[in-house]
Design a protein around this ligand. Sequence first.
Ligand code: GDP
Ligand code: MG
Length: 164
Amino acid sequence: SKPVVAVVGRPNVGKSTLFNALAGEMISIVKDTPGVTRDRIYADVSWLDKEFTLIDTGGIEPESGDVILSQMREQAQIAIDTADVILFLTDVRQGLVDADFKVADMLRRSQKPVVLAVNKVDNFEKFMPDVYEFYNLGIGEPKPISAAGKQGLGDLLDCVADHF
Ligand code: GDP
Ligand code: MG
């Protein structure tokens, strides 16, 4: 069967937007504010000669507070248990928060391949200094993308597919 790639990340970082951009159709609900959403969470994606199944682990999201961290841990655990590659999505505009470090620790300990993407880099020149901050997560090179602008997605998929 096809390799599984799971997208993990805090509410509102752009998981559903990325999922839709990669799946090429509007099948995951994009919300302007974090909230409880039940998205369709699986899509088959083709990239060059590779095919994989993409999972948006953010299909059910909490409103706020400590619940976000426990929900992220749950998402990360699902990803660790089911995925061949984990795509950890962060947001250059929200910046790094404690929950990101905790999830990064979990992912690092799992020894699963992790690709770190930094979303909402709508202007690569302007935001690159901020993108470098994400090296501090200790899970490798942060890849700048704009899911909404469909920028950087090819390079990101190359990194993902390198692990198949
Ligand atoms: P999720 O909660 O992680 O699934 O995030 P969503 O995909 O629902 O997106 C949350 C918000 O971020 C929405 O308002 C999106 O339009 C916005 N967003 C997503 N990707 C980008 C991007 O590349 N650039 C900008 N500026 N906004 C984005
Ligand atoms: Mg979502």
